[in-house]
Design a protein around this ligand. Structure first.
Ligand code: AVJ
Length: 311
């Protein structure tokens, strides 16, 4: 042990725990510093990365149908709303009276809220800036309104399936018995399409994955050599998930906040799981959390789904 006691923050400890595990890992939330969020935006514009544009097309085409499940003048909560662009595809059709975007970045949220309030004068926008692991608490004055959660982008795919059920249970608590969820989920499919989506020609996904090392270097005050790692992403078809890793090109070791961290040549750091579901799988998730799947809307190539889950 180090005789000098170092003051290690909870965040530093969290990252160190991952790097000293048997299977080294970095939580996918560390993708999204400013630079990482920009890179993700570039990913969503890639030819190979079909999820974003496919989901937006479904939302645009099916907004009126989705809206039939939801009372006018109700409340919509969006966890991890970011720049609040996706909800705009639904606002006119659903016509809620309150929209509650939640995100970690307060500055971003305030800007998006201001934009929405301007564009939709009839809408009351009430942003909540909080950490993604904190439970969302709605102001008491909204107690008696019908409530829905909007959770697009297949963000639920980043959770392990049990954690996805827990997340949906928490959302059930939030909306109560008279609401539901509009859930965007990427679908299980042929390996080629999925492989390409996470291994694009331009290497933007590789940059996005490698950026997590730059980000943690800042947090840990460390000097992990980014060019000594490479991007590795595969579709594990039996587990229905993309597995993303950073692979050490060489043997290398680092002394970080009193910990010796060593990498073998070829050793992998796990950075992300992105689960893909079948429609049966989505129905099963829903049921385990106390929801029932009412309807799913797909694009014509059946790449992506938007579902309505009723509580
Ligand atoms: C934002 C989690 C839905 O899993 O497709 C994109 C993140 N990772 N390329 C996904 C991601 C690599 C994305 N999610």
């Amino acid at each position: 042990m180090n005789s000098k006691t170092q003051n290690i923050s909870a965040e530093q400890q969290d990252i160190l725990d991952g790097l000293t595990s048997e299977q080294k890992n970095i939580n996918p939330k560390y993708f999204y510093d400013h630079h990482g969020s920009k890179l993700f935006e570039k990913i969503t514009e890639l030819e190979e990365y079909y999820p974003t544009r496919t989901e937006l097309n479904i939302l645009a085409d099916k907004a009126d149908e989705i809206a039939t499940f939801i009372n006018k003048g109700s409340l919509i909560v969006e966890p991890g709303a970011g720049n609040c662009t996706k909800i705009e595809y639904l606002l006119e059709a659903i016509h809620p009276s309150v929209y509650v975007p939640q995100d970690v970045s307060e500055e971003f949220l305030q800007m998006s809220a201001a934009r929405l309030s301007q564009r939709y004068p009839w809408l009351h926008v009430e942003p909540i800036a909080s950490d993604f692991s904190d439970p969302i608490v709605l102001p008491a004055k909204y107690q008696n309104m019908q409530k829905h959660v909007f959770y697009p982008g297949s963000t639920i795919g980043n959770f392990e399936p049990e954690a996805a059920v827990q997340f949906l249970k928490n959302m059930h608590q939030l909306v109560g018995n008279n609401g539901g969820i509009i859930l965007g989920v990427d679908l299980h499919k042929e390996n080629d399409i999925l492989h390409a989506a996470y291994n694009d020609e331009e290497g933007i996904t590789a940059q996005f994955n490698l950026n997590t090392l730059r980000h943690i270097n800042q947090i840990l005050n460390s000097n992990i050599a980014i060019d000594q790692f490479s991007h590795h992403a595969i579709y594990n078809s039996s587990k229905q998930r993309i597995e993303m890793y950073l692979r050490s090109k060489t043997e290398q070791s680092y002394s970080i906040l009193g910990h010796e961290i060593q990498f073998e040549p070829g050793e992998l750091i796990h950075t992300e799981h992105s689960y893909k579901y079948t429609l049966d799988g989505i129905a099963e998730l829903a049921e385990k959390a106390g929801f029932s799947l009412q309807k799913s809307w797909l694009d014509e190539d059946e790449l992506f789904s938007v579902s309505y889950l009723k509580s």
